[in-house]
Design a protein around this ligand. Structure first.
Ligand code: SF4
Ligand code: SF4
Length: 483
């Protein structure tokens, strides 16, 4: 068994996020890093916002490959702390001639490597390589139970070729006695596909798939041929199909996650058309087209505290959905670590968390595909299982109870909002002292018992425990523990 060189750093990342989630400072390191290694693809899937015949958002001149060297020096201080790295953003990673170099480079940092692929290039040697490097997971985009169903969606792909690729990966794992890479399927809820979901679960189980994610189809304006295939979640119809598919998945030992699709839930037939319309996206917009200030994200977004996206032009952002013109920094000029810790990143993160939507998040508004949670529990589980497999020892089991009780996005936003308002207001009062002393009277003991010193200059400098102060429903200041 090899020895781990970075387990302490990974633990520090988890500790840092836990402190932030409980009201503390911005996490010191991102948990996940995305690398936009290519914007080329060998397909033209009908629902693809980048490569479909119905859209031309990425000019041909941008469809190139980025070499690992372009990212290497600027990321080397963050990678020891990262838990997961995804070498893909917009294109098909298996078209990159240096994908194996990426995997070799990243695997030195003991990160979970995961990418999404259309599965057309899963040949025997590549599958053996992925297993030998203990790549964490490969997600294959796949919808349809027959070649006709599948090939009219994934234009240019071959149904049998992709299934054979998945089968090769499963057999390579069996040969090397490895559970990795896990095989995930990203399946899109086209109306006709959803009707055959039970059959689809059976098909995927037969190929050794670990987990199927069912996600909503997002349409685009001016593309009625696509938009008419959108379906929403009606509990009395699609709910029954999902129940049957989940039952079958359980029997066959496959996980079926339909959470994202179920966000399109309607209560009655009258709501169908409204929700359907909301799933048809406008073309990407920019900062100047700001949304009404009354618009809010529910739940709030924690992505800038979790992820770092390094784009093809080396611009850095917290996610792929922020408007194209905004940049949080560029790796040509700064290291990724200095961008993550810059005042600009921290200010924008806080604004997104507590006041979203900001203009930079315009493209995200109304799209239910953004992460609704920070996913810490899932990442800890995935990392500790993978770590035990790779190094033969447990990964800090003592922090599991803390991870299991980590607050959700909504609670995190509330605690940080209160911290911001409270300390900001105090710091704005002219002549307000920087240091405050409180002497508390213990009524029961009939004695002075505690002296507390506050150091208040700005919201960023508030001590973490202060974020536990929260207004009550009447707007008064109140003190209560963060639940
Ligand atoms: S494989 Fe992915 S990137 Fe390529 S066209 Fe299809 S959806 Fe788009
Ligand atoms: S709200 Fe949307 S666009 Fe803004 S950071 Fe979060 S995921 Fe990205």
């Amino acid at each position: 068994m090899p020895s781990s060189h970075y387990q302490t750093q990974k633990k520090q990342t988890l500790d840092s996020f836990l402190a932030f989630a409980n009201g503390g400072k911005h996490p010191k390191w991102p948990q996940e890093i995305f690398l936009d290694i290519t914007r080329t693809c060998n397909l033209k899937c009908i629902m693809c916002r980048t490569y479909s015949a119905g859209t031309k958002h990425i000019p041909k001149k941008m469809r190139s490959f980025v070499s690992p060297d372009a990212f290497e020096s600027s990321l080397k201080s963050l990678l020891p702390y990262a838990l997961m790295v995804h070498p893909y953003v917009f294109g098909e990673p298996t078209t990159h001639p240096q994908l194996r170099s990426y995997v070799d480079w990243l695997s030195r940092y003991e990160v979970l490597i995961h990418f999404v692929t259309n599965g057309m290039k899963l040949d025997a040697s590549f599958c053996d390589f992925l297993v030998a490097r203990s790549v964490f997971a490969v997600t294959v985009s796949f919808s349809g139970v027959t070649s006709t169903d599948y090939e009219q969606i994934y234009v240019g792909a071959k149904f049998n070729q992709v299934l054979e690729g998945i089968s090769r990966l499963t057999k390579a794992k069996q040969r090397q006695h490895s559970p990795y890479p896990l095989v995930f399927i990203n399946s899109i809820a086209f109306r006709s596909h959803l009707d055959k979901l039970v059959e689809f679960v059976e098909l995927m189980a037969g190929y050794g798939v670990n987990k199927i994610f069912l996600t909503s189809l997002a349409g685009f304006r001016g593309f009625p041929q696509l938009n008419e295939k959108i379906t929403v979640f009606r509990p009395w119809r699609e709910g029954q199909i999902l129940d049957a598919a989940k039952k079958r998945a359980f029997e066959l030992g496959v996980e079926l996650d339909t959470t994202q699709f179920e966000r399109s839930k309607v209560e009655n037939e009258n709501e169908v058309s409204k929700v359907h319309q909301a799933m048809i996206l406008p073309p990407p917009i920019d900062e100047k087209d700001d949304l009404p200030s009354t618009s809010k994200f529910t739940p709030p977004c924690c992505e800038p505290y979790v992820t770092l996206f390094c784009l093809r032009d080396l611009e850095v952002k917290p996610c792929c959905l922020t408007v194209p013109s905004v940049s949080f920094g560029n790796l040509k000029a700064q290291s990724a670590e200095s961008i993550w810790n810059s005042p600009r990143w921290k200010t924008l993160s806080r604004n997104i968390l507590t006041d979203a939507p900001r203009s930079i998040c315009n493209n995200c508004f109304g799209i239910s595909c953004r992460p609704f949670n920070h996913r810490l529990k899932e990442k800890y589980r995935y990392y500790s299982e993978w770590f035990r497999y790779r190094f033969g020892i447990p990964f800090y089991p003592e922090i599991k109870p803390l991870v299991d009780t980590v607050p959700d996005n909504q609670s995190i936003a509330e605690s940080h909002k209160v911290s911001s308002h409270f300390t900001h207001k105090l710091s704005k009062i002219s002549g307000f002292p920087k240091h405050l002393f409180f002497v508390l009277w213990n009524k029961k003991a009939q004695d002075w018992i505690t002296v507390i010193m506050l150091h208040i200059t700005s919201p960023k400098e508030a001590p973490p425990w202060l974020t536990k102060f929260k207004p009550n429903n009447q707007g008064d200041r109140n003190v209560r523990g963060h639940s």
